[in-house]
Design a protein around this ligand. Structure first.
Ligand code: PEP
Ligand code: MG
Length: 834
């Protein structure tokens, strides 16, 4: 037994943990210890050891001693929410430190104003083994005074059994998702750990989950704002927090609340006779006929034909199902995400372990799978959480799909639909919906009210109205009965009268007319009022968006964000897979040019298959072209994939975050090498993004080496103004019409013109119709916008002459602030139309 004396890491007043205003610490969920109410702003090491975690937010550190004691120092309470404001890390994870060495400096006054409490817990995270045998009594202390003595009792560690080869990490993660940790994010979290070698668990209150199991994560029942205790051990333990945080960010970016935002009515509407009320899950109106969608449950026998054979049947059925799921979701973002969650459940280690156990006890594969899934469902149901209960659909869906596979009845389950079918179902499982002929579906009504369900997300993406939570009488409606589904008003009318039908037809036709008008004018070339040609391209990140872009009048793709194509991958996509995706996008653009940007990893964009080393400041770290040159084998595979797209030369290549001529030369070298190896003769234009102040100021030099320039106003603005583009409190400060940014855009245009190069803008400013005349006036010849904004951007450009746009730009450059430029744009829109 050895004793370790921990020294006070801060000057201040010692307080028992029970008095910490936070039940995670006071309840000793993270371990045992003491807290200090600090009177100074430097946190120092309480002992010699290795720093196992120093988060980017620098509000806490964990240190591990040679004997394995792990100590967590957490400055203040809920300070993670400050996102690093007021904290400076003086050390980094992986570093060895000596007792008394300064670790973090923090602004005591700022924290006192912004944090819930300054009290700083000092926690021994494995109290079963490392027992505190002596504590300093309450009262004042100076840094370095003895704080407590910890004894290594040698008792087995509780919690996660880990790989001792690496450092252990204990940390807190806050659930940022408005709907809590539901199926999709749970699957994304589990997947984010795939390439890491670490044992990882997440705990909430008295529940602990293996973080690699989406089912186990769901069972935590974690809601928005819940704090999860992360424990990780193993070689890659230090990277698990970053991987999980990025999975949360991706889940948020993929619309944690998207379905809720589309929901037009939140309570069942009051209805007239012949009408049933419900809750609109997506907006819209449809006339059609009832089509009941039901599903027979396959018969399952309990006894199997021996463990070996049943295991084989289960594996074969899982294989077939995997292939079928892949067929159901070719390319499309929303579909792919949902099917991805099903695939994740299909390989869930806990579900499989439970099924294997049953099979070992002589049960059939079907019986074992059903029992395993139902146990998981029961566990989730017992949590009595509406959001979580809605996710149970996914598991039940997968249960049925696999049983159908085992019974060989999967394809027979597909329903034949009439034209303009309004689907009627108790609840509609995503796989049922995906198997239907979408072209025949006009709308959806369900009894079940899983408002955030995957089917609602799919329906929203397809523009189908959907009503949920409808009375049971819905199921008594005979197939073929005429229906009027009004999801905007939350009702479905059974056998609507002629007057109602006429009015509904009018409303549907009016919507279609408005859309058609916009589409028609968007289909034409865009010129200013005096005939100057301005090209309007689209930014896309999926095949589905590419198709939408063409319908919206895009003249090509000005920015394909390739990182968005492979967000759900734990492994890098191989060359063939990439070529397939790029080829599909090129085909969707039907002969129009496509600018493919190489992977823009890092910064605010986490790529699951490209785990970065911990970076104190990712926006200034390995990102964009730097990250690609750091992993040249990935860059090479990507360039090869782009060059393999046919017809040759349809793709142009764009490099993100370029600063240096050498970066362009390095990539050009690889392209030339690849082209020579494949005897390709077509020269592919190679462009660069202007996103950093250095590249904007040096545009004239860079333009000599690049074939075209594309200004990324999102990043350029963040770096010019030194305002983090993801900072929630600074969103209002981040306006790309700031005169400093406009001046750089103007300079880049002049430099490019002198070098005979074209300039596009593909950042967010190009999707802002109000800014379009300003950009044209600054000399921009191509705008690449999000597909939905293309009609409005074209419409605005057409209203003004080039001279008017130039006058506007000159006036904007005379102003001091972004709000002043905004006011000028508003005035211009009202007063200057020809
Ligand atoms: C930009 O920075 O403006 C840009 C288009 O790139 P992204 O938003 O993908 O970083
Ligand atoms: Mg960018």
């Amino acid at each position: 037994m050895t004793d370790l004396v921990l020294l006070a890491p801060l000057p201040g007043w010692v307080t028992p943990l029970d008095e910490v205003p936070d039940d995670v610490f006071a309840g000793r969920m993270l371990g045992d210890g003491l807290a200090i109410d600090p009177t100074g702003g430097t946190l120092s090491a309480p002992c010699d050891g290795l720093l196992t975690a120093v988060p980017e937010t620098a509000h806490a550190v964990t240190i591990r001693t040679e004997s394995g004691t792990e100590i967590l120092l957490h400055v203040g309470i809920d300070t993670v929410a400050l996102k690093g404001a007021g904290f400076t890390a003086l050390v980094r994870a992986g570093q060895a430190v000596r007792a008394g060495e300064p670790l973090i400096r923090f602004d005591l006054d700022r924290l006192a104003r912004n944090a819930k409490s300054l009290v700083t817990p000092v926690i021994v995270t494995e109290p079963e083994r490392f027992r505190i045998v002596e504590r300093h009594a309450t009262g004042p202390l100076r840094t370095g005074d003895p704080l407590m003595t910890v004894r290594d009792t040698g008792a087995a560690a509780a919690g996660v059994a880990g790989d001792d080869a690496g450092a252990a990490v204990t940390d807190l993660l806050v659930v940022p998702l408005p709907h809590g940790l539901h199926a999709r994010p749970a699957a994304m979290l589990a997947q984010s750990l795939k390439s890491l070698n670490a044992e990882v668990s997440l705990s909430l209150r008295d529940r602990t989950a293996n973080a690699r199991s989406a089912v186990a994560l769901l069972a935590l029942g974690a809601r928005h704002g819940d704090r999860l205790l992360l424990r990780a051990s193993g070689v890659d333990a230090a990277m698990t927090r970053a991987a999980l945080e990025r999975a949360f960010e991706r889940a948020l970016a993929q619309g944690g609340g998207a379905a809720a935002a589309q929901r037009p009515s939140s309570a069942p509407a009051t209805t007239a006779p012949g009408e049933l009320g419900g809750v609109g899950a997506t907006a819209g109106l449809a006339l059609g006929v009832a089509a009941r969608v039901a599903r027979a449950e396959p018969v399952v026998t309990e006894r199997g034909s021996g463990p070996h054979q049943e295991l084989q049947r289960l594996d074969e059925a899982r294989d077939r199902l995997r292939k079928r799921l892949a067929r159901l979701a070719p390319g499309d973002g929303a579909r792919a995400a949902i099917v991805g969650a099903h695939l994740e459940f299909l390989d869930d280690p806990e579900l499989l372990a439970a099924a294997h156990k049953q099979i070992a006890e002589d049960r059939s594969a079907g019986f074992a799978w059903r029992a395993a899934v139902r146990d998981a469902v029961r566990l989730l149901e017992s949590l009595d959480d509406a959001h979580l209960a809605a996710r149970i659909d996914d598991l039940r869906d997968l249960e049925l799909q696999l049983l159908e596979m085992l019974a060989g009845s999967a394809e027979a389950a597909a329903t034949k639909l009439p034209e303009r079918a309004i689907l009627i179902a108790r609840d509609l499982l995503p796989s049922q919906f995906l198997a239907l002929d979408a072209a025949r579906v006009a709308g959806i009504c369900t009894v079940s009210r899983a408002a955030t369900s995957h089917v609602a997300i799919l329906a929203g993406a397809m523009g189908l109205p959907m009503l949920t939570g409808v009375d049971n009488r819905l199921l008594a409606i005979a197939d073929g009965t005429p229906l009027l589904l009004d999801a905007d008003r939350g009702r479905v009318t059974i056998g609507p009268g002629a007057g109602q039908v006429a009015k509904a037809e009018e409303r549907i036709a009016e919507r279609a007319r408005i859309q058609a008008r916009l589409r028609t004018s968007a289909a034409f070339d865009c010129r200013t009022a005096d005939g100057e040609r301005i090209e309007v391209y689209a930014n896309v990140g999926s095949v589905a968006e590419a198709a939408a872009a063409v319908t919206s009048g895009a003249e090509g793709c000005g920015l394909l964000r390739t990182e968005f194509l492979f967000l759900d991958r734990a492994e890098p996509p191989d060359r063939e897979e990439q070529t397939r995706q790029y080829q599909q996008i090129v085909e969707a653009f039907a002969g129009r040019p496509v600018v493919v940007r190489t992977l823009d990893a890092g910064g605010d964009k986490a790529i699951p298959f490209l785990i970065m080393p911990p970076q104190d400041n990712p926006a200034l770290g390995l990102r964009g072209i730097r990250a690609s040159l750091w992993r040249p084998e990935l860059l090479r595979a990507q360039l090869e994939a782009i060059l393999a797209v046919r017809p040759a030369g349809r793709c142009r290549i764009l490099l993100p975050m370029v600063n240096e001529v050498a970066e362009i030369q390095a990539v050009r070298g690889i392209i030339e090498e690849l082209a020579a190896a494949s005897r390709g003769s077509v020269r592919i234009p190679l462009g660069i993004m202007i996103e950093t102040p250095a590249s904007a100021v040096n545009a004239a030099r860079l333009a000599r080496h690049a074939d075209f320039l594309s200004i990324g106003t999102n990043d350029l603005t963040q770096y010019v103004l030194a305002v983090d583009r993801t900072h929630p409190l600074l969103a209002a400060e981040l306006d790309a019409v700031h005169p400093a940014v406009l001046r750089l855009i103007g300079d880049v245009c002049s430099a490019a013109r002198a070098a005979g190069r074209g300039v596009a803008v593909c950042g967010g400013l190009a999707s802002d119709p109000a800014a379009a005349p300003l950009l044209v006036g600054l000399g921009v010849g191509e705008l690449s916008a999000v597909p939905a904004m293309i009609p409005a951007v074209k419409d605005t450009v057409r209203r003004y002459t080039l001279a008017q746009c130039r006058d506007l730009a000159r006036a904007a450059l005379e102003l001091d602030t972004a709000p002043a430029v905004r006011a000028l744009l508003a005035e211009f829109a009202v007063g200057e139309r020809p």
